[in-house]
Design a protein around this ligand. Structure first.
Ligand code: 13P
Length: 249
C-alpha cells in the first residue's frame, strides 16, 4: 500500500500568537489537499491560537518539543498531557537545533519518543549529519546510530506510526538542499535500518520526510523519490509557498 505523504512546517522561534493566527488564516486555503497530511508545528505559546484557527480544516497542529516526565519541578518545560489537552497531535523530537543549543542527546530523544507514543502523540523524530560527518563518509553510520537509539524499547506497532525526518544539518536554513539522490540514499538507509530493527512491514509503513531548504521549486522532485514521504519545512513554511509545497504535484 502506498504511504500517504506528510508535509509539516517547523515554524521554529517565529510568530507571536496574533501573528500565528494570521499566518494560519493565510495558509488555510492554500494547503487544502486530499492526499497529503498537513501539520503546522508551532511555538508552544502559539498552540492555542493555532488550534483555534485551524478548526474544521485538514491541518493538524504540532509542537516543536516536549519533556519526557509527566509533571513536576521542571521549570520551563511542557508535558505531553499539556500538549494533548491543548489539541496537539504531532511533536517534533530531536531537531538538530535542540541537539546543538539545548544539549539534547540520543538518549533524551529516546525518552521523549517513548513518552509521546505512550500518550498518543505522533513523534516526528529528527536525525541528520553535519557537513564534517558527510565529508568523513560516516553519515550513514551516524544516522543509523541515531535511529537505533531513538527507537530503543519502542514496539514495532508503535514505530510504524511514527514519522522520521532526515535533516542534513548542512542543508538547514542554508539554501543548499541535498540533491534528490543524496536525500533518497539516506531515507532508504533509514528504512533499511528500521527493517533491521523490526521487519519489512514496519519499514514499509513508517513515513520518512526530508528536511533542509525544501521550497516550492524542489519539493516535487524530492517527494517523487521512492523513500521520501514528504518534508519537514522551515523557512518556506512561514510563507504562501508552503501551499505550493503541500500541493507539489
Ligand atoms: P529550512 O527549511 O529553513 O532549511 O529548515 C529545515 C528545518 O530545520 C525543518 O525542521
Amino acid at each position: 500500500m502506498a504511504r500517504r505523504k506528510i508535509v509539516a512546517g517547523n515554524w521554529k522561534m517565529n510568530k507571536t500568537p496574533s501573528e500565528a493566527k494570521a499566518l494560519c488564516e493565510e495558509l488555510i486555503p492554500l494547503v487544502k489537499s486530499d492526499d497529503v497530511d498537513v501539520v503546522f508545528c508551532v511555538p508552544a505559546i502559539d498552540i492555542p491560537a493555532a488550534v483555534e484557527a485551524v478548526k474544521g480544516t485538514n491541518i493538524c497542529i504540532g509542537a516543536e518539543n516536549l519533556y519526557f516526565e509527566d509533571k513536576g519541578a521542571y521549570t520551563g518545560e511542557i508535558s505531553a498531557d499539556m500538549l494533548l489537552d491543548a489539541g496537539v497531535k504531532f511533536v517534533i523530537i530531536g531537531h538538530s537545533e535542540r541537539r546543538e543549543y539545548f544539549a539534547e542527546t540520543d538518549e533524551t530523544v529516546n525518552k521523549k519518543v517513548k513518552k509521546a507514543i505512550e500518550k498518543g502523540l505522533t513523534p516526528i523524530i529528527c536525525c541528520g549529519e553535519s557537513l564534517t560527518q558527510r565529508k568523513q563518509g560516516i553519515y550513514l553510520d551516524w544516522i543509523r546510530m541515531q535511529i537505533k537509539i531513538a527507537f530503543q524499547d519502542v514496539a514495532a506497532a508503535d514505530a510504524a506510526k511514527t514519522v522520521i525526518a532526515y535533516e542534513p544539518i548542512w542543508a538547514i536554513g542554508t539554501g543548499e538542499t541535498a540533491t534528490d539522490d543524496q536525500a533518497e540514499e539516506v531515507c532508504k538507509a533509514i528504512r533499511d535500518c528500521i527493517c533491521e530493527i523490526y521487519d519489512q512491514a514496519t519499514a514499509e509503513a513508517i513515513r520518512i520526510q526530508y528536511g533542509g531548504s525544501v521550497n516550492a521549486g524542489n519539493a516535487a522532485s524530492l517527494f517523487s523519490k521512492p523513500d521520501i514521504d514528504g518534508g519537514l519545512v522551515g523557512g518556506a513554511s512561514l510563507k504562501a509557498d508552503f501551499g505550493k509545497i503541500v500541493n507539489y504535484k
